[in-house]
Design a protein around this ligand. Structure first.
Ligand SMILES: [Mg+2]
Length: 118
């Protein structure tokens, strides 16, 4: 059984340049190179997309249709986080065992796309 890697959707797979338009509205292109990366990762791991879109009506279907349209194959799309070895998310801080640095990291946090455009 392959181990699971969790992928966030917006800002990791979907480029999300237009921002939030609704759970079932996915207007933007894939992040450059993400289809190839997921293909490669799936040779070793089970890839599960976990998104808050999936809590809302039409969200799961919209993600599945969008993935299909862009030729991106994954193993599951869900709102429920399965046990996984790692998560890929554009809005996460990788905890390094230093609770004392967390508030500063939160206060100064910038997702990759914002950092890139500065
Ligand atoms: Mg995200």
């Amino acid at each position: 059984m392959r181990q699971t890697v969790i992928f966030d959707f917006d800002g990791v797979i979907h480029s999300y340049t237009s921002g939030w338009k609704g759970a079932d509205v996915i207007p933007d292109e894939p992040v450059e190179g993400i289809a190839e990366a997921i293909k490669q990762i799936r040779r070793v791991y089970f890839v599960v997309v976990v998104s808050t879109r999936c809590y809302q009506p039409g969200g799961i279907e919209a993600i599945k249709q969008w993935l299909d349209k862009h030729g991106i194959e994954v193993d599951d799309v869900t709102h429920e986080k399965p046990p996984a070895i790692v998560q890929i998310d554009d809005r996460a801080i990788c905890f390094d065992g230093r609770p004392d640095t967390l508030l500063e990291k939160i206060l100064t946090f910038q997702p990759w796309m914002k950092r890139r455009s500065e």
